[in-house]
Structures are given as C-alpha cells and as structure tokens.
Design a protein around this ligand. Sequence first.
Ligand SMILES: Cc1cc2nc3c(=O)[nH]c(=O)nc-3n(C[C@H](O)[C@H](O)[C@H](O)COP(=O)(O)OP(=O)(O)OC[C@H]3O[C@@H](n4cnc5c(N)ncnc54)[C@H](O)[C@@H]3O)c2cc1C
Length: 486
Amino acid sequence: MRRMQPSRVLIVGAGLAGSLLAVYLARAGWSVELVERRSDPREKRFAAGRSINLAISARGIKALTRAGLTDVIMKDAIRMGGRMIHLVAGSGGFQPYSSDPTRAINSVSRSVLNLGLLDAAAAEANVRVAFDQRSTTIDFDKREATFINDRTGETRTISADLIVGADGAFSAVRAAMQRFEGFDYSQAFLTHGYKELHIPAVAVGPHAPFAMEPQALHIWPRGASMMIALPNPDGSFTCTLFWPHTASDGGASFASIRTADEALAHFRAVYPDALALMPTLAADFVRNPVGSMVTVRCAPWTRNNVILLGDAAHAVVPFYGQGANASFEDCEALADALTQEATVSGALRAYELARIDNSNAIADMALRNFIEMRDLTGRRSFRWKKKLEHTLHVLFPKTFVPLYDLVSFSTVPYAEAKARGLRNDLLIKRLMYCVVLVLVALIVFSLAQWAEFNHQKYSLSALFVFLVLVIAQRVAASVGTSRSPR
Ligand SMILES: Cc1cc2nc3c(=O)[nH]c(=O)nc-3n(C[C@H](O)[C@H](O)[C@H](O)COP(=O)(O)OP(=O)(O)OC[C@H]3O[C@@H](n4cnc5c(N)ncnc54)[C@H](O)[C@@H]3O)c2cc1C
C-alpha cells in the first residue's frame, strides 16, 4: 500500500495526550504545532492539573516506553501492589491487586508526567510549542483553528493538514464539532465531587518518611462515599475525598459539611485513623476546591481531517485510574494509523474504529469501579470473591484472568476486557451455586445415613431431590438472566 507523506499537524492542547502525540508524530516526520491555553509550566517547573498524582499502569507504561520516556517519568514512581482498606473500626487489611505479587500500579506526579512529556516534545526539532493561546473557533473546510491570547487579546489563525483536538474534557474543538448535524454527544456529571487533602511526611514511624504503608493505594470505603490516598516521593500522601455534592438522606456531602469545625467533627467520627495523620485538615478542607467528574461520550470523532483524542473524545471518571492510560493508548493508535494508512482521512477512520468501543467500555467499567471502591471493598464477601478470582488465576493463568489484571496489567482492548470480566462473573456465580449444591448434598446424605428408619430415608431422599431441583432452577434462572457479555 502507498504510504502518506507526513505534513503539517496542529495539536490543540499540550496536556498529557497532546504532548505525547507531538513526540510520536514529530519522530514520524510530521511538522507539529502544539498550542496550549495555559502559560508555559516549564518556567516554574510545575504543571497545574486536576489531581496531584495519577496511577499509571501497563497501557501508560507501554506508550511512554515507545517514546523512550519511562526512565524520566517513572524514576520517582511509587509502586502500589494493592489496596489498603481503612474501616471506621480499624484496619480492614491489604487486598492485593493481582495473584502475581510483581504486578503493581504506579503513583506518578501529574506535574512530572506533564513536564516530562512537554520537555520531550519541545526537544524535537520539528515541534513548535506555543502557550497562552486558547482555541476559539475551527474552520473545518479550510482546516484552520483560531486562537486568542487572553492576556493581550491578540488572535492568531493556524492552518494544517490535520488538526487534533487534545484539549481535554471540556474541549473547544469538540464544541465546534457539536454544531454539525449527526454529531452525537452526551455528558453525564457524577452526583459526587472530589476534594484533595494532605497527609504530610513524618520523621518517625514504621514506614517513615511515610505515615502509612507506602506501597498501597489507601481506601476508606464508607458506602455512599469514600476517601483514597496515593503516596508521593517526598513521603507525603495526596488524599482525595469523594463525597456527594448534596445528600438527601442526611449522609456526608460537600453541601452539608462546609466549615472547618464540621469537617473535623465528621473526620473524628468517620475517618478517625486518617484524622490523626492530617494536621492541616481544617485549613485544607476550607481552602481546596470541590471538583466535578464527568463522563463524555461522542461520535463521530472526525470531521474533515479534524480529530478528537484523549479526554476530548472520551472523558471518564477516575475510579479505574485509566483516563490518562487510555489517552496514551489513543496516541499510539493514531500514530500507528497515520503510518499504516494511505490517506489522512483513512487513518482517522481506522483510529476511530479502533478506539471508540474501547473508550465506551472503560467509561462503563470506571463508573462500576466507583461502587466497588466506595462500598464493596469494605465487605467480607468481596474479599472472598477476590481470593477466589486470584486462586482461579493461579490455577488457570491463561483461561481465567481477573478483570483488574486485564485492565491494569495488560493491553487487552478495554471492550474485550469488559466482556471477559462479565464472563468471569458468570463463571464465579456458577461455581458458587455448585459449591452450595455440593454442600447441600453432603448435608442431606449425612442426615440420611444418620436416620435409622427406611421411611425416614425415603423422606430425606425426597427432600434432597426437592432441594437439588430448587437450586438447579435458581442456577438456570440466574445464568439465563445474567447479562451476556457484549
Ligand atoms: C481527580 C482525577 C484523578 C485522576 N486520576 C487518574 C489516574 O489515576 N490515572 C489515569 O490514568 N487518569 C486519571 N485521571 C484522568 C486524567 O487526568 C485524564 O484522562 C488525562 O489528563 C487526559 O489527558 P488529556 O491530554 O486528554 O487532557 P488534559 O490532561 O486535560 O489536557 C488538556 C490540555 O488542553 C488544554 N486546553 C483546554 N482547552 C483548550 C483550548 N481551548 N485551547 C488550547 N488548549 C486548551 C488544557 O489547558 C490542557 O493542558 C484523573 C482525573 C481526575 C479528574
């Protein structure tokens, strides 16, 4: 097949995905304009963003390795091999993410990640980076984008053969596409918001400079809400509270708990072990803003050689720690399509086809994982289910791979991971019923042996047959009504 000649690409947004894509395309011979709304973070060596640290896993590491950036970015990463659960009554124990103890997700500073990617993009000879330029309008026929400098009011128009909207969850490029007929779009805000808090490093203690076990993602599951904490290289933890914006049932919410005193009283009752480690809680709680979380789905992602990528195409809630990982996968898929296809439009179609179902799948799984994290992780039944999954994984490593492993420790497409996860759930349900059946059979046979009279034996046998039939019917019904994997 004839390959296309790389030409001019304009990338709107120098966030995580835009900067990585700039590196890939520059190395593939494209002349890249990378244009960002914010000021240059390299001046202060600090990139602002929506969270202080991020969990980066297999997909992100693969994409960073391809750009030769793992050494720089993963240098100070902290491995998190599982979840450390904090119940109101005390420790709920450690729940490993995988049966393979070498598998871990990594806590990485968002600022280090963004600056590392930006430095790498700017180091490429054919990348030009511009800051303080906010994209305002797109002319899809002329393939031009207009930018405004909000400080000076100056405007600038850039034309290109390919325009990539990598401008995040509230993308201006996507907003421009929304004006056209046939563009499907949905935006669903979560009823919960988030607020970041802080656990400082300590001088003494079993994990010093960390106040708690560093190699874990800490979770305080509280049913309708939760707090999590990820370790930072300086020994501190960044905590994130996930509470409903408002709660009609009288539970904790950002509307009902607003002052320092209210926060302290609530933490004393509900997060007592964390409160002991949070000397600045009162000030942090009042000062730090409440953020919103949104799921964005849209289609098509392409219009006249303008394409969406990363959160601009598919913002997901953060509960699987996959938003950035998925956005990095997008960059790989788009760069591959542009080298493999004969035309830009063909490449954009191939990229969209490869990614759209997968991004919808991770959006669904991320929503579901919120319930798992805030509620199920605190339950004994959940711990048993995880142990069973891990045992099956050890026994049948190829045929039974738990969903968490598929999402975080493999690069199996998200849609396939989701389908396999549903099949796993079905299998576990069947197994549980089989175990119950065997137990019932054992009990009834023991009773039958114990009974001395024949007529008692007959009635017990009849009871046994009846129980087996009832349970078999329940198994059949549950299997029949379980959602088949999509
Ligand atoms: C609380 C929280 C925790 C998270 N934790 C994780 C995690 O643990 N693991 C994970 O993988 N993901 C996580 N995510 C998701 C992750 O942050 C995003 O998926 C990721 O940042 C997407 O990258 P992006 O480049 O598409 O968008 P962004 O990183 O948002 O970058 C978009 C860039 O575009 C710029 N921009 C916006 N509008 C314009 C405009 N009009 N003109 C020019 N430039 C513009 C912005 O300034 C920004 O620099 C989390 C998200 C949140 C909110």
